[in-house]
Design a protein around this ligand. Sequence first.
Ligand code: HAM
Length: 432
Amino acid sequence: MSQNIQSVRGMNDILPEEAEFWEVFEETVRSWLRSYGYRPIRLPIVEPTPLFSRAIGEVTDIVEKEMYSFTDSLNGEQLTLRPEGTAGCVRAVIQHKLAAQQPLRLYYVGQMFRHERPQKGRYRQFNQVGVESFGFTGPDIDAEQILMGARLWDDLGLEGIGLQLNTLGQPAERASHRAELIAYFEKHQELLDEDARRRLYTNPLRILDSKNPTMQEMITEAPQLMSHLGAESMAHFEGVQQVLRDTGIPYVINPRLVRGLDYYNLTVFEWVTDRLGAQGTVCAGGRYDGLVEQLGGKPTPACGFAMGVERLVALVRESGGAPETEGVDVYLVHQGEAASRLAPRVAENLRDRGIDVLFNCGGGSFKSQMKKADASGATFAVIIGDDEASVGEVTLKSLRAGEGVRNEQKRVGVDDVADEIMDSFLDLEEEA
Ligand code: HAM
């Protein structure tokens, strides 16, 4: 016997019971995005590999070891499944000259791919909602994007998500800090682990992000970037914080927050919870003023963030926040030749009026169909037998008696059934 084929490790099916939570989440997210004036953009999942190595940085975990890259066997192109959305979004903005006229606020939703070791909250295929703005220089947009996060957690009924904030300054400021940092780490060579040694001359800032317990003390004592920042960078950082203070958003400044992607400057931030175990960052981002130019566009300041949908949906479920999706309005039961010919028309008429209908497919006795109707969670059964069909009527039966729906069963003309159902729903609303 051949073995059943399983899904790829770290790439999960989202089954209906969970997917319904996703849909509620996505609806909340879309209206939240609209309320801040963000417009959708849909981007390819596959991009040329150099886009990511140039944007994210050659010496990053993502580019060094986590990308799903392959050669297109038909034309030899080097391609990569997107590990994140910012690079593709910037490519599209440049390619279509989207930011040429006026500033832009864009969002995208979709799958990302990273070959990480799977664990709770960390997957090889995962979903992000990402937000990117182009053409805004001041700290007001950074602050607005942080406020957006706070509002979304509120809209989703989530608590306990804390904001960590840092500034990475400008490249020249980082360069002078970098020199000091390398000198410091060189003095403590014996404490550096293999990863840190490898990064010492390529990406020493990332060493600050190490979780290795034996390096923590040495890292805490390391020279801080903040003392290399000039007045302009400090003013930008202060501008972001001012808005946060004015709007009452608590935050913690974390000088070790450096992010795993190289394109950032000035503001960086992460929203973190301790309710998800090790993978507690639900949303992260910051400013990346150099990236558009670096990828060949006109210099354009930019700022954005992305959140992990799996992690947020897990939080929503844990906090019991999202409503259960309700059953359909009507289950349509039909048996007999004339009845089964009438039934699809009745169902379509109901749908014309905005009533949701689960149509009994596959036949079965009245009794077994009624069982399915009960199990479906529908509010009403519309029952058509040849009896009813011969006189152009249906039987309307309420299935949720005792929950406010009138407990009755009655014969109704085919053309009146939609009105009857609508009236019952109106009654229900009045009672509620
Ligand atoms: P990131 O920090 O790499 O940033 O990812 C953003 C969020 O995606 C994380 O905070 C986490 O919630 C989620 N995430 C990342 N990797 C995984 C994974 N393997 N499994 C599940 N969830 C994951 C970026 O991707 C930037 N593009 C964000 C950005 C947009 N910066 C500016 N604009």
